[in-house]
Design a protein around this ligand. Sequence first.
Ligand SMILES: *Cc1c(COP(=O)(O)O)cnc(C)c1O
Length: 314
Amino acid sequence: MKSFNDFPKVSLGIFPTPIHRLDRISALLNTNIYIKRDDLCGLGLGGNKTRKLEYLLADAMQKKAEIVFTTGGAQSNHAMLTAAAAGKLGLKAILVLKKRGVTECLGNQLLEHLMGTDVRFVDTDSYDDIYDEMDRIGKALGKPYYKIPCGGSNALGAIGYVECVEEIRDSGLSFDHIVCAEGSGGTMAGLALGAKLFLPQTKVHGMMVDTDPFDEITPRLMKESAALLESDVSISSSDFHLRDMCGPGYAIPSEEGNAAVRLLASEEGIFLDPVYTGKAFAGLVAMAKEGAFRPDEKVLFLHSGGAGGLFAVL
Ligand SMILES: *Cc1c(COP(=O)(O)O)cnc(C)c1O
């Protein structure tokens, strides 16, 4: 089997990110809740796309790309972080975003404005249209370009979260459960594959914040990343656990999600976001209330970032 160290990588963040216990939330939920602060990883306002981009942009540079395309919704954290990372590496980012949600100069749009990012909107619901548009733009510009899929969620991007599990193992703390938000699938797939390789006693729970078929997407990405690592682990449906926390729709705040944002803000001084981490933490609270975690168990919540959304979506 290969290690993620065998893949080219650029340094974009400050790792390992801290892990600490949430004492007040733990008392409230009668178990042990810890948080991994990937929101504090140092690039932009932080967030999970940083780990994926360390591999994806290294690949882009190795392939001599000068332009990096990516996509997402109008307030995509991933797109904003791709622009931030590209700037830092001297690459030009072009964001081709779906014309849905808040497109005014708020939240991540404001950050992109500050970075001088080339942002274009396409009025479509199909990512295939957007990838075609990237090819049109790239060919017209006549420079070598690299396309990063929505959320950076392909086999290579997910390796960033396989690596994150090794980092969690090396913290010396052991966890019975890891809980994360699942939006395009790469984070959950990387964590679930990483747990299989490095922390086989730990259950990984993906809190779905969109309506895509994650029961198919998660194992497919896990298998593709395992193949990239030349690992022969066999992936089955018992390797990951999913819960629907989407509520009224992707990027539309839910009552439970907003309550979780307020809970962590008031009890711990930590800001979640309305699109991903608030809904995911609401799922953790619901599981605790259903008795899914014993009082002696340790649960690790991945804070995957998203602060920009607080200023545009809530
Ligand atoms: C993209 C994102 C997620 C979801 O990660 P995926 O790998 O796309 O499933 C979670 N939290 C935040 C803040 C994000 O921006």
